[in-house]
Structures are given as structure tokens and as C-alpha cells.
Design a binder for this molecule. Structure first.
Ligand code: SF4
Ligand code: SF4
Length: 716
């Protein structure tokens, strides 16, 4: 075995050299990028979270197996390859010593069985992938295919390589069985069967076949390794690292503050060189670049994206791929040691380096501005991504540079921004109209400061955060009134800020205007801290997210509950008793910022389930796979002229259930769905009787004549 051994060592050396050079180059690109924000790496808690993620996300393949067919196939390949690492040691061992066996476990029949089973599982998985890729290929499904835009040739080549690797692996094992050097006396059912077929070849042939098969299988594997680090299959190496370094629990909920040089930017005294978002590829942190390099191109994000599904140019997958390809193409410029070295680079590389990061395709942009501003920040991509890529953070970071540095943003967004600056709300209603919503209520709503008090009195349990929608949008005003009435009936004491409330800042932040967001957040925190606020109830999913998850970044820490959580508790505690029948088929739409971003799925359903007569029907895309209404990410304030309208698409999904009521628990969703129903009505669709309403209003109808019970404190 001396010659095969030397050949194997030479192949290994060549492969490792090529792989090492590539990995070093990737590492140097990462070094050229921005440092990560504090807390991303290091620390005991971070390590514990990373280990847990490795177990839950990577080893268990939890996120992947949610997509049953391809998920199970992927898990089979992953676990199969883990088991087959043992055969790698056995192959190298056999070149040194023909009857090599793994120490301790190497002659145990169970191990031989598992290795053969792994080969069968991997081959079955590859066949499954082949069928899925054929059935769902872009040539058959066009843009609807989740593989649209992926490097499908490379994927097919990979499947072929895996097949060849499995076949050569079986060939060497079968030859070993036939020559009598196979370490396992039994258990390896496929190898033994194939070995029996090879036996008639005779020992002379088998003595040659065995090392040749080992070299072939090692050669394919080593070539595959080189291919992996030069292709999108780099994820095989990078995914565990990316998962370990991902934001926990997920990159949903709060956005990160603007960071530059690994530190949050001090907007009161910004440095001259501080980055305001990402304007060049090297402005991303190395974790950002790691995200881009880790993309599997599986298209799970693309298939869930509301923008992509309604014909917009935005696909989270294509966005990530474009940024990755640009980073790799620009790498020689980033890594050039001197101006002279840079100037000597090929013209196409220099041209790539000059491409603007965000500009129209005709102007050579890496990211199309129309795609960038089409994002609703719904988080469907983050939710689905099996390797924990943080799309929403990257989108907002790109927007921040456009907004704060280039002053480039959709003109309609400017109207909302001006309203926020001058009136404190995107509607432009103004502080003096903030209490209009409460005018017709049959009881007085207590407003902080109205009776001269500066702090919430001791008998007040909740600050009712009305929100800009609740204050100024007609449909949301109805929800605000319904919630106020329900709280009043349940004897829950609450107060509102009235004119002292300003926009929570969600719209400004998701547009990328961090400066304005900070101003709004600070003003609100100052007001609430001065008033001694501890517990807040909100009716808007965006307010919930901003007050609960983002205000702590600025020192404002409160216990924030969504009205459906509080109402569900009040009903469960017997303080609200739905008695009147509401005979209706009710469809419930999960708001992205309530569900995916904050994990609140059950309370709205629990409230509806308590109402007599309600027949709750689920939309096909529900809970974590809910389809956005189209209003998030400040899209509420921008025109939607490309493709079909997201809200109409979602409305159609609800109308297909023939509901009497379409419910939601976020005023933005209700505005969008109401608009969707209106559009279909105008077009003559049978939606005449369908009403869009908040969950609270359904509960209010059912409790219309019931008495409030008790006056005990609501348990948090
Ligand atoms: S956040 Fe939503 S809209 Fe934005 S890219 Fe992801 S899936 Fe698409
Ligand atoms: S970003 Fe994530 S979900 Fe989207 S294609 Fe890449 S790996 Fe798949």
C-alpha cells in the first residue's frame, strides 16, 4: 500500500493547500470589514447560547426539518456525513495498515451497520433532492420557484459528486469484504452484499481494486472540499460558525443601534469618520460578510417574502447573494497592500470596486433601491433561514446610509418623516388632536397632567399607550375605544399620556432615520420616566416592539403588554365575561410584529375562542409563516406600484375562507386589510358583508351587556 499511501498524502496536501489559501483569503476579507458590535462574541452567556444553538439548530436540524420533504433529506445528508466521518479515518488507516480498525469501536457490528445505513440514507436523500429540484426548477415554475436565481448548475454538480463519493465508498468497502480485510464481521449489510458480488473477481483483481477504490473515494472527497470552499457550499463549513454567532434568541424584534468601529454611534457627538449604516461592502461587520458567505441559496426566504411573492424586485436570497458576490469580486481591491498593487489589478476588478452599493441596475448598483425600499421588515426571511442570516438588520443598515448619508429615499416617505418631525406623528394630526379618539366614550379617560398630577397616581395600574394610529386613524380609533371600554368594564385602572405622547419611532427607525427615532424615543422615555410608568398596555404591534424591545437600548425599561394578552388574562380571570353570541366565521391574521417578532400567537386566538358563536378559521399562511399585510418597515407610508399589492394578496387569502369578519390585532394590519377588502369590493368581488376589525372589538360586542366583575389586580 506504499504507492497508494503516497498518492493519498499528495492529494491531501494539494487539496489542503488550495482550501487553506481560500480560507485565508476569506479570513482576510473579514479582517478588512468592520468589527462586530459588543456582546456578539465572548462571555459565558454568549458561549452557552452558542452551544445551545449548535445543539438545537445545527445538530438537530430543527429549522430545516420544518420543510418536511427537503428538510428530512437535508437532515439525512447532514447526519449521514457525520457518521461517515468514521469511514474517512478508516480509509486513511487502511492505507497505513490494511486490516486497520477504529480503536475501541472499530469491529463493532453496530458501527458497520450505521455506516452502511448512512450511505443508503445519503443516496436516498440525493435522489429526493434531484426530484425536488427537477419538479421545482425555475424552468418549470419560473419566478415562483424558490431556486429562481440560485446557482442551480453548481447544486446539480454537488449532488452528482455526493453520488460518486457514496458509490466509490461502497466499492472500497465491498472490496475489503471480498479480500477479508473489512473490519466489521457483520452488520454492514450493503457492503457485505456487494462484497459477495465482487468475490468471483479473484484476489489479484481485488487487491488492486481495494486501494484504487480508496483513492477514488478520497480523491472525490478532497476535490469536493476544494469545490466547497469556492462555491455556495461553503455553508457546510460556515453554517455552524454563523449559527454560533447569530443574535439570540433571533435577529427579530429589536433592531440594533447604529454601530461604527464596533461601538454604538454617539448621535449627540458623532465622530467625523463614524459610519451611518452601510454604504460600501466593507462597511458591513465581518459577521455581516459571514452571513452573506453562509447563504445556502435554498430560497426558503425568497418563497416566504411578501415583496418577492407580489412581483417586487426584492428577494432576500438574491440580496444576500448579490452582496456576497460583490464582496468576493471586490476582494482583491480590499486586500491589496498598496496603491501600486491596487492599480495593477485587472480592469474588471477595479470596475467592480467602483460599483455603488445601492443604485439602479442601469447605474451598476449592487442593490436596486426599489428592492431595498420594498422590504416590509416582516422577518419571514429571518424566521425561515436555516443558517440564521440576519436579513432585516442588513436591509435597515443599508437604508440608514441612504437616509442619513445620501438623503436618498422614496419621496412619499419624506411626507411621513416631515410629519413626524413637526407634528410628532406620521399622520400629521398634531398633539392637540391626540385625544379625539376618546371624545365619544361614555366615561372619562384619565389623562396624565389633566388634574395637575405629574406622576401616575398609585391607583393607576397601566399606562394605556394609544399610539399614533389609535389617535389619528379612524379604524384604529375604534380599536382604542374598544380597548378602553373593555378595561373600564373590567375595572382595570389606566391613564393615557394625551398630548404628551409622541410617535414611538418605529416608522423612523425602519426607514433608517435613526437620528429621528432617537429623538422620539428619548422624548417618550423622559415623559414616562418622569411619570413613574412601569406597566404599559398597547394596541399596536409596532408600538409593542418598539417600547418593549427597543426602548431598553435607551434606558427605558417597562413591562409592555399587548392588549390581546391583557384581554385574554381578564377573560380567564373572570373579569370580562363574553356572553353575547357573535355568530360569525372569523379569520385571524397574524401581524408580523406581534407574531414573528414577538412570539404572540395564542392570546388573540384565545380571546376569539371565548366569544360564543365565533367560528375561528385559520388562514393557510398562519403563525410564524404568516404573510405580511404590507405595512411594516414603514411601507405603510410608501407607494406600491410594482407587481400586485401585498395587502390585496393577503386579503384574497382571507376572503377565500368566506369569513364574515377578518380580524387582526394591529392597527396597521387593519388599515391594510380594510383597504384590501375595499379594493375587492370595488372590483365586484363578493366581499360586501365582510368586515375587518380588531380582536378587541369582537370581544366588546360579546360583552356588551355583561357586567364587569371584581376589581382585583390583574396578574402580570
Ligand atoms: S423582511 Fe420580509 S419583506 Fe423584507 S426581505 Fe425579509 S421576507 Fe422580504
Ligand atoms: S438567506 Fe437563508 S433562507 Fe435565504 S437562501 Fe440563503 S440560506 Fe436559504
Amino acid at each position: 500500500m506504499l504507492i497508494p499511501l503516497l498518492v493519498a498524502l499528495a492529494m491531501t496536501a494539494v487539496s489542503f493547500t488550495l482550501v487553506g489559501r481560500r480560507l485565508l483569503m476569506l479570513y482576510r476579507i473579514g479582517r478588512a470589514a468592520q468589527p462586530v458590535e459588543p456582546g456578539r462574541v465572548g462571555g459565558g452567556r454568549r458561549l452557552a447560547a452558542a452551544l445551545r444553538a449548535e445543539l438545537v439548530e445545527v445538530l438537530s436540524q430543527r429549522r430545516v426539518v420544518r420543510w418536511t420533504g427537503p428538510g428530512v433529506a437535508h437532515a439525512a445528508v447532514f447526519w449521514g456525513f457525520l457518521i461517515l466521518l468514521l469511514t474517512l479515518v478508516e480509509r486513511y488507516g487502511a492505507l497505513f495498515q490494511r486490516d486497520f480498525a477504529l480503536p475501541v469501536i472499530g469491529r463493532w457490528a453496530v458501527v458497520g451497520f450505521l455506516e452502511d445505513l448512512a450511505v443508503v440514507a445519503v443516496l436516498a436523500a440525493v435522489a429526493t433532492f434531484g426530484v425536488i429540484r427537477w419538479r421545482r426548477s425555475p424552468s418549470r415554475e419560473g419566478r415562483a420557484s424558490r431556486f429562481f436565481g440560485s446557482h442551480n448548475e453548481a447544486a446539480r454538480f454537488t449532488l452528482a459528486m455526493i453520488c460518486v463519493e457514496m458509490v466509490t465508498l461502497l466499492l472500497y468497502r465491498a472490496a475489503q469484504v471480498a479480500t477479508g480485510y473489512f473490519p466489521y464481521p457483520d452488520g454492514a449489510f450493503v457492503s457485505e452484499w456487494l462484497g459477495g458480488l465482487l468475490e468471483p473477481l479473484g484476489s489479484d483483481v481485488l487487491d488492486v481494486l481495494e486501494p484504487v477504490a480508496i483513492l477514488l473515494s478520497l480523491g472525490v472527497l478532497l476535490a469536493f472540499l476544494v469545490f466547497v470552499v469556492h462555491s455556495k457550499h461553503l455553508h457546510i463549513l460556515l453554517a455552524p460558525i454563523n449559527v454560533a454567532l447569530a443574535r439570540r434568541p433571533r435577529a427579530l424584534g429589536a433592531l440594533l443601534p447604529v454601530h461604527s468601529g464596533g461601538k454604538p454611534v454617539d448621535f449627540d457627538d458623532p465622530g467625523e469618520d463614524d459610519l451611518m449604516g452601510r454604504g460600501k461592502i466593507e462597511d458591513f461587520t465581518w459577521k455581516g460578510l459571514l452571513d452573506f458567505a453562509t447563504c445556502v441559496e435554498c430560497g426558503r426566504c425568497q418563497s416566504e417574502c411578501p415583496a418577492w411573492n407580489t412581483g417586487k424586485p426584492l428577494s432576500p436570497k438574491l440580496l444576500v447573494m448579490a452582496l456576497r458576490d460583490h464582496a468576493l469580486a471586490k476582494a482583491p481591491v480590499l486586500l491589496a497592500g498598496s496603491d501600486a498593487e491596487r492599480a495593477a489589478l485587472p480592469a474588471d476588478v477595479l470596475a467592480e470596486a467602483e460599483r455603488p452599493l445601492v443604485a439602479a441596475p442601469a447605474d451598476g448598483g449592487v442593490v436596486d433601491p426599489e428592492a431595498l425600499w420594498a422590504c416590509t421588515t416582516c422577518g419571514a426571511c429571518v424566521e425561515q433561514c436555516p443558517v440564521d442570516i440576519e436579513h432585516v438588520d442588513h436591509v435597515v443598515d443599508l437604508r440608514r446610509h441612504q437616509m442619513l448619508f445620501e438623503s436618498e429615499f422614496p419621496s412619499e416617505a419624506g411626507v411621513a418623516l416631515r410629519n413626524l418631525e413637526h407634528a410628532g406623528d406620521p399622520w400629521g394630526g398634531g398633539a392637540s388632536h391626540r385625544m379625539d379618539w376618546a371624545a365619544d366614550l361614555p366615561f372619562p379617560v384619565r389623562v396624565l397632567g389633566e388634574d395637575g398630577e405629574e406622576r401616575l397616581p398609585d391607583d393607576v395600574e397601566y399606562l394605556f399607550w394609544v399610539g399614533c394610529a389609535g389617535a389619528f386613524d379612524e379604524t384604529a380609533q375604534r380599536t382604542a375605544r374598544a380597548v378602553a371600554e373593555l378595561l373600564h368594564r373590567a375595572d382595570v385602572s389606566f391613564m393615557v399620556l394625551g398630548e404628551a405622547e409622541t410617535c414611538c419611532g418605529d416608522t423612523a427607525r425602519r426607514m433608517g432615520n435613526e437620528f429621528l427615532f432617537r429623538e422620539l424615543a428619548r422624548a417618550n422615555i423622559e415623559t414616562m420616566d418622569a411619570a413613574g410608568v412601569r406597566k404599559i398596555v398597547v394596541t399596536c404591534a409596532h408600538c409593542l416592539n418598539t417600547l418593549g424591545n427597543e426602548y431598553p437600548q435607551f434606558g427605558g425599561s417597562y413591562e409592555v403588554v399587548h392588549h390581546t394578552e391583557l384581554l385574554a388574562r381578564l377573560v380567564a380571570d373572570g373579569r370580562l365575561t363574553p356572553t353575547e353570541r357573535v355568530d360569525a366565521t372569523v379569520a385571524y391574521h397574524d401581524a408580523c410584529y406581534l407574531g414573528r417578532h414577538n412570539g404572540i400567537y395564542d392570546p388573540p386566538r384565545e380571546v376569539l375562542a371565548t366569544v360564543p358563536g365565533v367560528r375561528l378559521v385559520e388562514l393557510p399562511r398562519n403563525r410564524e409563516r404568516s404573510f405580511c399585510c404590507g405595512a411594516g418597515g414603514a411601507r405603510m407610508w410608501m407607494d406600491e406600484t410594482t407587481g400586485t399589492r401585498i395587502n390585496v394578496d393577503r386579503t384574497d387569502e382571507a376572503l377565500a375562507l368566506s369569513p364574515d369578519l377578518i380580524t387582526a390585532a394591529c392597527p396597521f394590519c387593519i388599515v391594510m386589510l380594510t383597504d384590501g377588502v375595499g379594493t375587492r369590493r370595488q372590483q365586484g368581488a363578493a366581499a360586501e358583508h365582510v368586515e375587518v376589525t380588531d380582536v378587541a372589538q369582537v370581544l366588546l360586542r360579546s360583552t356588551a351587556n355583561s357586567q364587569a366583575a371584581g376589581s382585583q389586580e390583574v396578574e402580570p
